[in-house]
Design a binder for this molecule. Structure first.
Ligand SMILES: Cc1cc2nc3c(=O)[nH]c(=O)nc-3n(C[C@H](O)[C@H](O)[C@H](O)COP(=O)(O)OP(=O)(O)OC[C@H]3O[C@@H](n4cnc5c(N)ncnc54)[C@H](O)[C@@H]3O)c2cc1C
Length: 448
């Protein structure tokens, strides 16, 4: 007999009315993304609570986009007609202990799901720096955490339910539909409305987070692999000044990683004396617990706590992925630009992600280093700087994060993604008339 448990999520967001415009519930007239740097083309936002409502909406409407939790920094989720939100889908969470999978409504946030899983003794393999994002929105853009052996968050997907442009429900599974599945999981919102996602889970685990300050850049040059493999998940933060990494965050998995002593130095870096924010001047109040204090996976893998504002708030973000075997060269290439980069930067984060098989994943067939930039919110300055960084990283075939800011052309993107044509075929099959197409997709993966 199968051990399946149906769990309820509690959330205020679940109380949204049936296919009613959500505009009244929005804080301001204008509909913007989380960071406030991007104003969407319309405020027509509808919310579906059931699969039937999604199907009816898809059949009726000629053109729209699904909006997740609005954490992307560009127009990937934008529409000039209307939005559908599935954040209030009323499905239960279906935990299958035999197969160690959990099936969730697509709009659930990791921060809602994680404690429910933990209560039943399960964990996800990884989380992003923040738990505030929706599962479907995160998987659509190959959102990632860190760890040399950890694939991005979409690598946990084993199946998904998608409503295509005709209103038909398609079930895709990793084992049954290998090829289509690999094309569809990282879909940039271009294939349809994802209504359910099944994720691989594993027995819960505890973690300890250690932070070190001032890692000399020379140590990184000589010991990159050792440093990035020092824990289950390792993040390096730098402002590119003074030839040093300002903070190293090592997230150790208890029972698997070697225990460390909070008082020991780390490749020349000194142990932090208190919890730190990645931007050292900011209060660590919104950051997850450090100083080697043990805690559950979901309270250590993200950098920021669920109930608090993640990162700095008023910011922009960009991120580029290079092959891990070129990691040091790529880091040094950016370091050369420090005098141009630093004035506009809050902080850079360096993370590793294991390779995967998803056609549009920046880690497609490439174990990667991700070089992330949290920028001050000065788009004219950042827009000038991005091509300079992209030129410097071009020899490493750097692929951009789809949900962040970049200026690469469709031709360049096509050269970076060997399965781009195959993805376009998949779009033709699921969305022949361009119902889910928007300006962003036109400027990136689906040029006219
Ligand atoms: C403070 C901050 C920290 C971040 N940290 C990280 C990090 O650690 N790692 C990382 O990789 N990224 C990070 N990001 C980026 C972020 O995780 C991604 O951009 C993610 O895609 C956002 O998910 P969302 O639910 O907000 O999606 P949205 O921005 O709302 O939408 C993203 C895309 O998904 C599509 N979509 C959403 N839901 C559905 C659905 N149900 N069906 C079909 N399409 C759908 C949308 O149409 C759109 O194309 C961060 C962003 C912020 C603001």
């Amino acid at each position: 007999m199968k051990k399946r448990t149906f769990l309820k999520l509690s959330s205020a967001a679940m109380a949204a009315p049936m296919l009613a415009p959500l505009t009244d519930l929005l804080p301001a007239e204008k509909l913007k993304n989380w960071a406030g740097n991007y104003e969407y083309g319309t405020t027509n936002l509808y919310s579906a609570k059931t699969l039937d409502q999604v199907k009816a909406f898809v059949k009726k409407e000629e053109k729209f986009k699904v909006l997740g939790t609005r954490h992307c920094f560009n127009g990937i989720a934008d529409s000039d007609r209307q939005f559908l939100s599935v954040l209030a889908l009323e499905e239960a969470v279906d935990l299958d202990k035999d197969s160690q999978t959990v099936t969730v409504p697509a709009g659930v946030k990791y921060g809602q799901l994680a404690p429910v899983l933990e209560k039943r003794g399960f964990a996800l393999h990884n989380l992003a720096s923040l738990p505030h994002i929706s599962v479907a929105g995160a998987c659509a853009t190959a959102t990632h955490g860190s760890g040399v052996k950890n694939g991005n968050l979409s690598t946990a997907v084993t199946a998904m339910e998608l409503v295509t442009a005709k209103g038909e429900v398609v079930q895709l599974s990793r084992t049954r539909d290998k090829n289509t599945f690999e094309g569809a999981v990282v879909h940039l919102g271009g294939l349809g409305v994802v209504t359910k996602v099944t994720l691989q889970v594993q027995p819960t685990f505890q973690m300890r987070q250690y932070v070190y300050e001032n890692l000399p850049l020379d140590q990184l040059k000589d010991h990159f692999e050792e440093i990035m493999s020092a824990g289950y998940s390792v993040s390096l933060f730098t402002d590119w000044q003074k030839k040093r990494i300002s903070e190293v965050w090592v997230k150790n998995r208890m029972g698997k990683d070697k225990d460390r002593n909070q008082k020991d130095t780390f490749f020349g870096a000194t142990p932090a004396k208190r919890n730190l924010h990645p931007i050292v001047e900011l209060s660590a109040e919104n950051c997850t617990e450090q100083m080697g204090v043990a805690g559950p996976w979901y309270e250590r893998l993200p950098h920021f706590k669920m109930g608090f504002t993640p990162s700095s708030g008023k910011e922009l973000q960009s991120e580029y992925f290079v092959d891990r075997k070129n990691a040091v060269e790529a880091i040094l290439a950016v370091e050369k630009l420090r005098n141009q980069v630093s004035p506009h930067l809050f902080i850079t984060e360096l993370r590793t992600i294991d390779k995967d098989n998803f056609w549009l994943s920046p880690c497609y067939e490439r174990a990667s280093l991700a070089i992330h930039f949290t920028w001050k919110q000065d788009w004219p300055a950042v827009r000038k700087l991005l091509p300079v960084i992209e030129r410097e990283l071009a020899p490493f075939q750097a692929r951009p994060h789809w949900g962040k800011l970049f200026t690469l052309t469709p031709d360049r993107l096509e050269s970076l993604y060997p399965k781009m044509q195959a993805f376009r075929q998949l779009v033709k099959q699921y969305d022949p008339k361009g119902k889910f197409r928007n300006e962003f997709l036109g400027k990136t993966v689906l040029p006219a």
